[in-house]
Design a protein. Structure first.
Length: 540
């Protein structure tokens, strides 16, 4: 296994910290009930549920819910597989397909009488998670409710304040922590200061933040078969995430050493890169192909090609084992590819890469700590075109310090690169990121009432407003970017050239339908700021 040794996965602080809840949050009766739940926890064989919480399609996909994708929630499923591997009785319920009603869920909860319910917590859907937890608590007043995930890691104390139904927040990776928590509850414990990676309430007004847990050093210790006995047939991704169906996501790496200021990848999984061994990757791909019927793969690793020696070995083994008929997509950086690697990727089955280009402006690339120049990014995109691998490029418009001229420069740059698909966003500074600090410093972050306002689609009321541009002009440039890009003859020509080797017409139709919904969302905004009649900013 290839593991860089320059970073540690451990936290240097080894004693818990104590934080007071805000005034008005103390509730002695609620805490007494919580301690009673701890004491009533079964000594053996607890009934465990891992639940994907209720949230409407708009909460995850905004206006493009017309072509939303369904990805297996890999973090939750990893915990499910780990608990099953350790011999626990655990169920997994995924509500995202929309066919489980509140009444249905109440019925299942009431019938199974779960002792322990875990829910993943992410910023844009946090309010919906809290609502789901209230439902669970209403039906199962004695159940232990636990949150995990990025938002629970970055905002653990605040989460316990905002969601009194929650008993514990598991920070960072959850596999070992959740086992230790269940064992402590089964042993009748009511204090938990010895469980690393846990945030909990010591009393009605005090939250205890235990030290971070050492991250799993060897991913091969995870149970073989990342989806186990789960039925994957209903998981059909968004058209930007697959080449051929059935298509399933794979994660073969954890951690990301890059300091991009807008990204939360390192918050839960650390900065140290940890990798499944190449042999283990091949075993997982064989299980997906021969047991789950996969014809395509979406490698969800943050920077898929970060370790060239490792990834080259994986590709060579895929070719040797005949797994290169699993046509696949991945996400990586433009400074982690070269012509030789791209040629090998194509031979191994790669047909689409998502690059986070972000901006054409060097000052903006410095603000987001991208660590790469616009010129180098353009070079890699050109290599990728020549390798006959399609691309989805993403860009962030109106970053702190940008003017309208700079925004238009990024749009022109995107058209010049002419990826088959480009996605444009306005800044969404999540609380755990350096971008949040930068946006707060320039006075652009507004007060929010609901975590769903951090959704990175539609931008009807952006959480960050660039003081140099203003809200209405930001919304204008956001929609103009899509309209100008997808009316570009160069982009059309790029798509026509790639039509025969990037997934066929059906995937294109889905992508066009999603784009239509996105661009025409609240179309009155477009008409009030007529795109065709607008003049670009004057060149300096």
């Amino acid at each position: 296994m290839y593991v860089p040794s320059s970073e540690t996965t451990t936290c240097p602080i080894k004693i818990p910290t104590f934080e007071k809840l805000h005034d008005g949050q103390s509730d002695t009766a609620a805490h007494d009930a919580r301690v009673s739940r701890y004491r009533a926890f079964p000594k053996t064989s607890p009934n465990i549920l891992l639940l994907e919480p209720f949230y409407p399609p708009e909460a995850a996909w905004g206006s493009v819910k017309v072509e939303q994708g369904y990805l297996p929630p890999l973090g939750t499923i990893s915990i499910y597989r780990w608990l099953r591997h350790k011999g626990y009785d655990v169920d997994f319920i995924d509500t995202q397909f929309g066919d489980i009603t509140e009444a249905d869920l109440r019925g299942v909860l009431g019938e199974k009488r779960y002792d322990f319910v875990g829910l993943p917590l992410f910023t844009p859907t946090a309010t919906h998670v809290f609502n789901t937890a209230r439902l669970v608590r209403d039906v199962l007043p004695n159940a232990i409710i636990v949150y995990g995930g990025v938002h629970a890691t970055a905002n653990a104390t605040l989460t316990l304040e905002e969601s009194p139904e929650c008993d514990f927040c598991i920070r960072r990776e959850g596999e070992v922590t959740i086992i230790e928590l269940i064992e402590a509850l089964s042993a009748g414990e009511t204090t938990f200061e010895n469980i690393e990676g846990l945030t909990w309430r010591a009393d009605a007004g005090t939250v205890v933040v235990n030290p971070d847990r050492t991250l799993l050093p060897d991913l091969d210790d995870l149970p073989l078969g990342m989806f186990g006995d789960l039925d994957l047939s209903r998981y059909i991704p968004h058209p930007t995430q697959y080449i051929r169906l059935p298509n399933y996501p794979v994660v073969m790496q954890r951690g990301c050493p890059y300091p991009c200021s807008f990204c939360e990848a390192h918050v839960a999984l650390g900065k140290k890169l940890r990798l499944l061994s190449p042999n283990r990757v091949i075993e997982e791909l064989k299980l997906l192909k021969y047991e789950k019927g996969a014809k395509g793969i979406y490698f969800q690793d943050s920077t898929f090609t970060i370790n060239r020696k490792y990834i080259t070995q994986v590709f060579e083994m895929m070719i040797k084992e005949g797994l290169n008929d699993l046509l696949w997509s991945c996400t990586t950086r433009t400074d982690r590819v070269d012509p030789d690697l791209l040629a090998l990727m194509h031979e191994a089955g790669c047909r689409n890469i998502l690059y986070g280009i972000e901006s054409a402006n060097e000052s903006s690339l410095q603000v987001i700590k991208k660590g790469i120049t616009a010129e180098r990014q353009a070079e890699a995109v050109d290599w990728t075109h020549k390798a006959k691998i399609t691309m989805t490029n993403s860009f962030i418009l109106c970053l702190p310090g940008e003017t309208e001229e700079m925004v238009h420069n990024t749009i022109k740059y995107a058209k010049k690169l002419a990826a088959q698909m480009s996605l444009f966003y306005l800044p969404v500074p999540y609380p755990a990121t350096d971008l949040y600090a930068a946006c707060k410093k320039d006075g652009g972050i507004r007060q929010h009432k609901d975590w769903s306002e951090f959704l990175s689609i539609d931008f009807d009321d952006p959480i960050y407003v660039n003081p140099l541009i203003g809200k209405e002009r930001m919304q204008y440039w956001y929609k103009r970017a899509f309209m100008e890009y997808y009316s570009s003859p160069r982009v059309w020509a790029s798509n026509m050239r790639a039509l025969m080797w990037n997934g066929g017409l059906n995937r294109y139709f889905r992508g066009v339908n999603a784009l239509r919904a996105l661009v025409l969302h609240r179309s009155g905004n477009v008409f009030r700021q007529a795109y065709h009649g607008a003049k670009p900013p004057a060149a300096s």
